[in-house]
Design a protein around this ligand. Structure first.
Ligand code: CMC
Length: 391
């Protein structure tokens, strides 16, 4: 093994330098470009955060207006790409559709994409932030047999998405500002998280010189797994299965038993060995939003009892396992009328500015090179081929 450091899961390897996001996992601190997540959650909005992640500074009012206008200008998706979604079975997972559609966008844009031109790189980033919600809504509508809806560019980012998602042909969709605000806040909390599996994937693919649409498509694929963004969907399925507070204790026991193959979804984190600051914000928000929307979801009680039981259990205390961002977010998405299959897609919408900010940063990094880890070989030593009739 001598020559290389063996580091499965890269727990001790910094793969790049980055000035975008800072996490102190022991203290439960998260900063985007130096700004605490709590302050951004309270005062900012998702597009402003997207600007901040991409550019490094908060925008002036003029810069913000120009950025918002540009995003709004790029919300439409080329008609030819829609046949990609139409090719899916109705029960095809919307994450599969999102990955495919980003592949389709790379087909549409890569021919005239000059990655050496900073303006073209920026435009690709804008297009991705603008189009991902349109694609997400189209994939959901395909799954329920609805015609696609077009982005309403008179609305803000979150309201536009909710309208595209829910709009019923021939009926006016009534937009609830509480719902739009809640969604915007969740998107802020998901916008970046330094070198998580999907962002590292975007950078690894980006390091080969692949185009940003293809790079982000692979990030979405990495996000899908239940150990990463897929956890929010898994949490809600778990809460439904637990069903009532009386069943919480046995779920906790099952999660402690390694042979059960069951983990408490929405619990634990590679970096946070303290309460995930995003989870703290989502937890508080869940109570407020459900109350404001007049939603009485019995699963909230199950989630609270589950958190309480786990946080005082020796197994979880010893391993410093706390709720992560995915633990409560599903309850809010559910209250907003977003179906459970869409939860990880929602995470992808939120994480897109982070992915493109990292891709942009990587393009400017003089120390960036192709990502190419080594391995510790454990196979056979050199041996001679044996013809088939001699085996
Ligand atoms: N339930 C029960 N036991 C757990 C859990 C859990 N959710 N998470 C970790 N453990 C145990 C694990 O078995 C191990 O025990 P031991 O030391 O006795 O072998 C110890 O805690 C450390 O876990 P690990 O798997 O070595 O930690 P990791 O850093 O490799 O994995 C994780 C981090 C997030 C993949 C893991 O905690 C997990 O599977 N959690 C559930 C899925 C989840 O909620 N994922 C969302 C992550 S946050 C947002 C995102 O990225 O999408």
């Amino acid at each position: 093994t001598g020559m290389f450091t063996y580091d499965p899961g890269f727990t001790a390897t910094a793969s790049c330098k980055s000035a975008i996001t800072y996490i102190d996992g022991d203290q439960g601190v998260l900063l985007y470009r130096g700004y605490p997540i709590e302050q951004l959650a309270e005062h900012s909005n998702f597009l402003e955060v997207a600007y901040l992640l991409m550019h490094g500074e908060l925008p002036t009012p003029t810069e913000f207006k120009a950025f918002e206008d540009e995003i709004t200008h790029h919300t439409m998706v080329h008609e030819s790409a829609n046949s990609v979604i139409k090719g899916f079975m109705h029960d095809g997972h919307p994450m599969a559709m999102l990955i495919s559609m980003l592949g389709a966008l790379s087909g549409i844009y890569h021919n005239d994409l000059d990655l050496d031109d900073p303006e073209q790189r920026r435009l690709a980033a804008i297009r991705l932030i603008a189009k991902v919600p349109t694609i997400a809504a189209a994939s959901y509508r395909h799954s329920i047999g609805f015609p696609k809806s077009y982005p309403r560019n008179d609305l803000d980012y979150a309201s536009r998405f909710l309208t595209m998602l829910r709009e019923v042909p021939s009926e006016e969709f009534e937009l609830n500002p509480v719902a739009a605000k809640a969604l915007d806040l969740l998107l802020i909390l998901h916008a970046d998280h330094e070198q998580n599996a999907s962002t590292s994937t975007v950078r690894l693919v980006g390091s080969t010189g692949a185009n940003p649409y293809a790079s982000v498509a692979s990030g979405v694929a990495a996000l899908w797994g239940p150990a990463h963004g897929g956890a929010n969907e898994a949490v809600l399925k778990m809460l439904k299965e637990i069903g009532k507070p009386e069943n919480v204790a046995s779920a906790v026991e099952k999660a402690k038993n390694k042979d059960s193959g069951f983990r408490l979804m929405g619990f634990g984190h590679r970096v946070y060995k303290n309460y995930d600051p995003r989870a703290a914000l989502v937890r508080k928000m869940t109570h407020d939003v459900l109350a404001q929307l007049n939603v009485n979801d019995p699963l909230l009680e199950v989630a609270m009892r589950l958190e309480e039981a786990a946080l005082k259990d020796e197994y979880f205390v010893q391993r410093k396992l706390y709720p992560n961002v995915d633990f409560y977010s599903g309850l809010i998405y559910k209250a907003l009328g977003i179906p459970v299959e869409m939860f990880t897609v929602m995470f992808a919408i939120g994480r897109t500015p982070g992915w493109v900010a990292h891709w942009l940063e990587q393009q400017l990094d003089p120390e960036s090179k192709i990502g190419r880890p080594r391995q510790v070989y454990t196979g056979a030593v050199s041996r001679d081929y044996v013809p088939v009739d001699k085996r």
